[in-house]
Structure formats: structure tokens, C-alpha cells
Design a protein around this ligand. Structure first.
Ligand code: COA
Length: 277
């Protein structure tokens, strides 16, 4: 983990936090990396993966020592190829609807996680795979990845937030162009439109994602939580209400010990040590 200042815990850092079969969980101090373990099916989304993911969300939300989550996929071909189209071919309409509810719920829960989440796009992020990345707070990609929302070519629409989160991120015109053409775009174009914030060589993606997570994790935990909430919730409100929300979230930071610690650290010309209190 060169450059991150973090090292894994447990056997190779893997499986240290109640990992099941669908996700591997590695802990690096205050950061966890959650990796979808479905390389043969290009990390596509199954019912089992969503159920296990929901458990990890519950666990993470209650973990005060966890500051940032990095989300990635196994291998180099795909971050996540969207819904598992083979599983889906065997499903009745009602089961597809249930899966869709499950995916929407999982992505809403992921977005609402108190900790910031970094998506590390190690390969293609298509359909529900891109929607998964859109529910994260930050996205970085390996060179050569493809992203897109192919749903209208499959007789459906992006239904797990794609039609809503993509325009909020890249603007209405760009989002409609991508959704209505169903075309795939490369990493450079994704970077140019702000869909990802950095593109790095594939061999460096893991390290860069952890370094970004570490850069976030060194800040005051209450501030991170409140700042994430201010952006996410304020975006949907009229400006006056959004500013009021920001004010409330700011006020919550004032009585924290970490704010006093930051002031002391500044005076003493040292890095602050935050506890989240
Ligand atoms: N669901 C289930 N299986 C999938 C899948 C998906 N969404 N995407 C890929 N796979 C499977 C393939 O069927 C293949 O399985 P097989 O070995 O049993 O034939 C295996 O993963 C490898 O696929 P392949 O296309 O050869 O891999 P690749 O590395 O060349 O390309 C992708 C990877 C992700 C770019 C490509 O598989 C793809 O475009 N998948 C479809 C994405 C999509 O349209 N998703 C639906 C969104 S709603």
C-alpha cells in the first residue's frame, strides 16, 4: 500500500470484517475496501450480493472507527457489469421487480452511509454498475475502463438512480445524451465530464484509491459526516432552505472536541489527532 501510510490487518488484510462470499472486506486502519467477488460474471449484481452488501452497510454505519469506504470489483475487466443478466433470464417479472427494489434500496443505503465512499473503477461500470458508482461520493478510474447506461438498448431504463443521479452529476444534456444513445464512454471522456475525478494506470488504481481514502480519512469524522449530508441533502432543496440546513449542520460541529483539537494543533504547529467526538 505504498504511499497510503496504511497497512491491511489480519491475513493479508482480507476478510477481516465479517466478509461473506459475495464481497471481500479488507481493513486498512480507518479505511475499508469492499470488493465484489464475482469476476467470472464480471462482478454483476445478484440478489445474494445485495443481501450481503446490506449487512455490510448496517455494520459500517455502526462502526465509529471506520472513516471511509472504498468500493471496487475483482479483476481488471469489470467494476460491475450491472444486473446479472443470466440470473435475470430465469426470473419472473415479479422477481425482477423485487431485485430492482433491492438494488434501489441498497444504493440509497450506500449513498446515506455516514462515511464517504470512494468508487475505484477497476474495469467496466455498466448499467447498475455505473449506478452503483453514482451512489458513491467520489469516483476514480483505471485507464481503459468503459462506463455507460445501456438499459434503453435492453428494453428497460436505468432504474436504480441512473436517470436521476447522472444528470445531477454531469448536467441534463450530457446525461440525456448518454442515457438515450446507451453508448459506452472511455475513462478520458468520463474524466472530462466530471463523472470520475481522476484516471490512473490500472496497476496503480488500488494504491491511488486508498491514498484518496486516507486523504479524506485524516479529517474530522463529524465534519466529514456533516459535509456529506450538507451536499447531498442541500442539493434537493431551494437555496434558502439549503443554506439553513448547512447552518444547522455547521452548528453541530461547534461543540466537538475535534474542533478544539484542530485549533490546538494549529497553535502547536502539528497535525491534529481526531477522535470523532
Ligand atoms: N450478467 C451476467 N453475466 C455477465 C454479465 C452480466 N451483466 N456481463 C458479463 N457477464 C459474463 C458473460 O456472460 C461471460 O460469461 P461466460 O464466460 O459464461 O460466457 C463472462 O461474464 C465474461 O464476459 P465477456 O463479455 O466475455 O467479458 P469481457 O471482459 O470481454 O467484457 C463487459 C466485460 C462487462 C464489458 C461485458 O461483459 C459486457 O458488456 N457485459 C454486459 C453489460 C451490460 O449490458 N449490463 C447490463 C446492464 S442493465
Amino acid at each position: 500500500m505504498g504511499g497510503t501510510g496504511m497497512s491491511g490487518t489480519g491475513a493479508g488484510g482480507v476478510g477481516t470484517a465479517g466478509a461473506g462470499t459475495e464481497w471481500s472486506i479488507e481493513r486498512f486502519g480507518p479505511v475499508e475496501r469492499w470488493t465484489i467477488q464475482g469476476e467470472p460474471r464480471r462482478n454483476s449484481l445478484t440478489m445474494a450480493l445485495l443481501a450481503e452488501g446490506a449487512e455490510h452497510l448496517r455494520r459500517a454505519a455502526a462502526d465509529r472507527a471506520l472513516r471511509v469506504v472504498v468500493l471496487s470489483g475483482a479483476g481488471q475487466k469489470a467494476f460491475c457489469a450491472g444486473a446479472d443478466l443470466k440470473e435475470r433470464a430465469r426470473m419472473a417479472d415479479a422477481e425482477v421487480a423485487a431485485f430492482h427494489r433491492g438494488l434501489k434500496g441498497f444504493l440509497t443505503g450506500l449513498e446515506a452511509l455516514p462515511q464517504p465512499v470512494v468508487a475505484a473503477l477497476n474495469g467496466a461500470a455498466l448499467g447498475g454498475g455505473l449506478e452503483l458508482a453514482l451512489a458513491c461520493d467520489l469516483r476514480i478510474a483505471a485507464e481503459g475502463v468503459e462506463v455507460g447506461l445501456p438499459e434503453v438498448g435492453l428494453g428497460i431504463i436505468p432504474g436504480a438512480g441512473g436517470t436521476q443521479r447522472l444528470p445531477r452529476l454531469v448536467g441534463v444534456a450530457r446525461a440525456k445524451e448518454l442515457i438515450l444513445t446507451a453508448r459506452r464512454l472511455g475513462a478520458a471522456e468520463a474524466l472530462a465530464m466530471g463523472l470520475v475525478s481522476a484516471v490512473v494506470p490500472p496497476a496503480r488504481l488500488g494504491e491511488e484509491a486508498l491514498a484518496l481514502a486516507a486523504r479524506v480519512a485524516r479529517n474530522a469524522p463529524v465534519s466529514l459526516r456533516q459535509a456529506k449530508r450538507a451536499v447531498d441533502q442541500g442539493l434537493h432543496l431551494p437555496l434558502a432552505e439549503a443554506l439553513e440546513l448547512e447552518n444547522r449542520l455547521y452548528q453541530d460541529c461547534l461543540p466537538t472536541r475535534d474542533r478544539q483539537e484542530a485549533l490546538r494543533a494549529f497553535a502547536e504547529k502539528r497535525a491534529p489527532t481526531f477522535t470523532g467526538e
